[in-house]
Design a protein around this ligand. Structure first.
Ligand SMILES: NC(=O)C1=CN([C@@H]2O[C@H](COP(=O)(O)OP(=O)(O)OC[C@H]3O[C@@H](n4cnc5c(N)ncnc54)[C@H](O)[C@@H]3O)[C@@H](O)[C@H]2O)C=CC1
Ligand SMILES: CC(=O)C(=O)O
Ligand SMILES: [Mg+2]
Length: 370
């Protein structure tokens, strides 16, 4: 198969979807790999390393999209990429369709095969291609939160761990999945008072068991959220309903209950965000304020730590990319249910329920494709 790796063009997106090691693997299986010039630069991989691994370098993004049967990338295509996508072309990347109606319509129009990293799902319901980036973003959320809690950055001016004789900060984590767990661990390690909320009692039981003593667990419901946000200094949004729009757990009216200078990091922004007042921001301009509350809503947080993120992401994606290249998407998805769950928009049809529901579009059962 002919595989293309474009350079990411989203703001401060420094990850790349394939490392030179991945090129070597694909070449070993007889595939041809084209990498856009400087695609790996932000992650520390030179064009020369890709060439030595057996890839050919193409100078422009147009040439990469023009030649490839499968495009492997990191972030969803942005507007300037839409016209480059060809009918039947396989796109293997994050899409987060439920947070972007224009992207959904564009991919329907292009009649491409859109296989989304974030909805590939194992039989135990885990999301193998989301987990590594959620680990990164969960950990980063505390770093970023701590930074914006500093007074000169617009925050309340509290140190997460406090010092002798002064109480630590209160960190509230909504969603106790991968993001939530990593955030809680980092915040607890810094000495903060942490509360994790989730709707799954089983998950709360597990977290209660493994977390240190400065982490509490509380059932997530509106009543409890209203109460806990009043004492919180830093709030992390890490809820997910896979492939669907995130629920708005903190509504605009609730901001008035919070202390001025409270910081909210909405990691779930890639699925539309779990705070009503969230809107996607960039690494260049990451925060804004509503009713005295600082919002951080960067949709590609791991892009800022590309060394860690590229390696963590490609460790997880490469085995699936190999299957797709070896068998073609149709064969690979018909035999492998994990990959089949990644199909979102195929040949103009929406085959993922959460996406069809988000934009009131007709839904086609994925099985009709085979
Ligand atoms: N902004 C960014 O750069 C990045 C964003 N993400 C996003 O972070 C979000 C979370 O991802 P993961 O932690 O991997 O998901 P996950 O599936 O591991 O965890 C989500 C948790 O939310 C819980 N939940 C669902 N509804 C809830 C509610 N009403 N109240 C409280 N908890 C609720 C679930 O029970 C589950 O435990 C996703 O939207 C993901 O795409 C992930 C990586 C990077
Ligand atoms: C998951 C995601 O959206 C990211 O890593 O950018
Ligand atoms: Mg405890």
């Amino acid at each position: 198969m002919i595989i293309g790796v474009p350079k990411e063009i989203k703001n401060n997106e420094n990850r790349v979807a394939l490392t030179p090691a991945g090129v070597t693997e694909l070449r070993k299986h007889g595939h041809t790999v084209y990498v856009q010039a400087e695609a790996g630069k932000g992650s520390g991989f030179s064009d020369e390393q890709y060439t030595q691994a057996g890839a050919s370098i193409l100078p422009t993004i147009e040439e990469v999209y023009g030649i490839a049967e499968m495009i492997i990338k990191v972030k969803e295509p942005i507007e300037s990429e839409y016209p480059l996508i060809k009918e039947n072309q396989l796109l293997f990347t994050y899409f987060h369709f439920a947070s972007s109606e224009p992207l959904t319509h564009a991919m329907i129009e292009r009649k491409a095969v859109c296989l989304a990293y974030e909805t590939v799902e194992k039989t135990d319901r885990s999301l193998p291609l989301l987990v590594p980036m959620s680990e990164v973003a969960g950990r980063m959320a505390i770093q970023e939160g701590a930074k914006y809690l500093e007074k000169p950055m617009g925050g309340f001016g509290i140190l997460l761990g406090g010092v002798a004789g002064v109480k630590p900060a209160n960190v509230l984590v909504l969603g106790g999945g991968i993001v939530g767990t990593q955030s809680a661990k980092m915040a607890a390690g810094l000495g903060a008072n942490v509360t994790i909320m989730d709707i799954s009692l089983a998950r709360l039981r597990y977290l209660e068991d493994i977390m240190p003593a400065n982490v509490d667990t509380v059932m997530s419901n509106e009543y409890n959220i209203r109460e806990l946000i009043q004492g919180a200094n830093l709030i992390i949004g890490g809820v997910l309903i896979p492939g669907a729009k995130a629920p708005s757990l903190i509504t605009r009216d609730m901001l008035k209950l919070m202390k001025p200078g409270t910081v909210m990091v909405d990691v779930a922004i890639d699925q539309g965000g779990c705070f009503e007042t969230s809107k996607a921001t960039t690494h260049e301009d990451p925060i804004y304020e509503v009713d005295g509350v600082v919002h951080y809503c960067v949709a590609n947080m791991p892009g800022a730590v590309p060394y860690t993120s590229t390696l963590a992401l490609t460790n997880a994606t490469l085995p699936y990319a190999l299957q797709l290249a070896n068998q073609g998407w149709k064969q690979a998805c018909s035999t492998n249910e994990e990959l089949r769950k990644g199909l979102n928009v195929v040949h103009g049809k929406v085959v993922f329920k959460g996406v069809a529901e988000a934009w009131h579009l007709p839904y086609t059962d994925v099985k009709e494709l085979f």
